[in-house]
Design a protein around this ligand. Structure first.
Ligand SMILES: [Zn+2]
Length: 277
């Protein structure tokens, strides 16, 4: 009898394992703990890295007008549509499915599955729970190192960075990073976070570099963008709170992407920890 029950239990376990990772037709929630472990190769050897250069979509952006939320919203929406097209093509090259992110460009406080906004010091974030980019129309200006809205590259970099997190999510890199963070000590957790964040910086630079014919990067635009990102470095924080990288690296990875000719330039997962300090 006990043997028979054991046999039934074993069969149920096998059935549960077979279902893990697939949508259940009955609508029964899947047990997350039975989801297969994401392999390191998803981050270190992603198919996206083999897709070469981004294909430019001749992105043109409307001007942002000082103090006009609607002009910032149009800027962000147009830019997001350019990013949709660029990354859809790139995932196509990799033979991977792609859905663009949802966006919430807020002017009023609100709440989502990743928490309420604005939260102190946060003008923009990506929520993997609902594949949504959140950006504050005014907060993005308030947190931009005093750069005027005429320095569009400062603002474009923020959107392209959050979009970078969506690219990581769709490619499986972000789920891998979060899986590793859940089992690591604080110092390692911070290093994994920096690999995630610096890759998003690089993907933002890669996009801006690919679109340089229609999004001209004058010396002043480039300097303003770099000034803004250097101001976001976390050099002075204790090691376990250093989730974004030093000023030098936070700017350096944007530059690396901007100069980079292929997605592979943005692989932050195979380089020594010293380069993601
Ligand atoms: Zn980020």
């Amino acid at each position: 009898m006990a043997l028979a029950l054991g046999g039934v239990a074993a069969m149920l376990v096998i059935a549960a394992l077979a279902l893990a990772g697939f949508a259940d037709a009955e609508g029964v929630p899947l047990v997350r703990t039975q989801a297969p472990r994401i392999s390191q190769q998803v981050a270190t050897d992603n198919r996206l890295y083999a897709t070469g250069a981004l294909t430019p979509v001749r992105c043109r952006l409307p001007r942002i007008r000082e103090g006009e939320d609607e002009s910032m919203r149009r800027f962000m929406e147009t830019l997001s549509q350019c990013l949709d097209r660029v990354w859809a093509v790139q995932f196509g090259k990799a033979g991977m499915p792609f859905e663009p992110p949802q966006r919430v460009f807020w002017s009023e406080p609100g709440r989502g599955p990743c928490g309420s906004y604005p939260s102190p010091g946060t003008a923009a974030f990506y929520c993997p729970e609902n594949n949504t980019m959140y950006v504050g129309l005014r907060h993005i200006v308030e947190t931009a190192a005093g750069e005027p809205v005429s320095h569009y590259a400062v603002y474009a970099r923020v959107i392209a960075h959050e979009y970078g997190h969506h690219v990581q999510e769709r490619a499986g890199i972000l789920p891998y990073g979060h899986q590793q963070m859940s089992v690591s000590d604080p110092a390692v957790r911070a290093e994994i976070s920096r690999r995630i964040e610096l890759q998003a910086q690089c993907l933002a630079g890669l996009f801006l570099g690919a679109e340089r014919r229609t999004l001209p990067m004058t010396r002043a635009q480039y300097a303003a963008m770099m000034n803004d990102v250097r101001g976001r470095g976390d050099d002075r924080r204790p090691p376990e709170e250093r989730h974004h990288g030093t000023a030098r690296n936070y700017a350096g990875w944007v530059a690396k992407g901007y100069r980079g000719s292929a997605v592979s330039a943005c692989n932050t997962w195979t380089i020594p920890a010293a380069e993601v300090e």
